[in-house]
Write a protein that binds this ligand. Structure first.
Ligand SMILES: [Zn+2]
Ligand SMILES: [Zn+2]
Length: 76
């Protein structure tokens, strides 16, 4: 299980307006997935209620448990 934590204060993020939000910083946070094999940014695919990740560089689906998840402050 991947923990969703704020990149700034490391407190747990909540879900708000279709995105992650840190209550403590009052800051939107974006979640980006990177390929565990080539480090390219992955495309998130929504299929049958569960999300999966596709790497355009490797041209294959990546297991959710293996992808590298990075949280960043959202730019307004
Ligand atoms: Zn925070
Ligand atoms: Zn890849």
């Amino acid at each position: 299980m991947i923990k969703n934590t704020c990149p700034q204060c490391e407190s747990e993020l909540s879900w708000k307006d279709q995105g992650y939000f840190c209550e403590y910083c009052q800051q939107k946070v974006t979640k980006t997935a990177f390929c565990p094999d080539c480090s390219e940014q992955l495309e998130k695919l929504q299929a049958c209620g569960s999300a999966s990740y596709f790497c355009n560089y490797c041209n294959e689906l990546k297991s959710k448990s293996r992808v590298k998840i990075v949280f960043n402050k959202a730019e307004d």
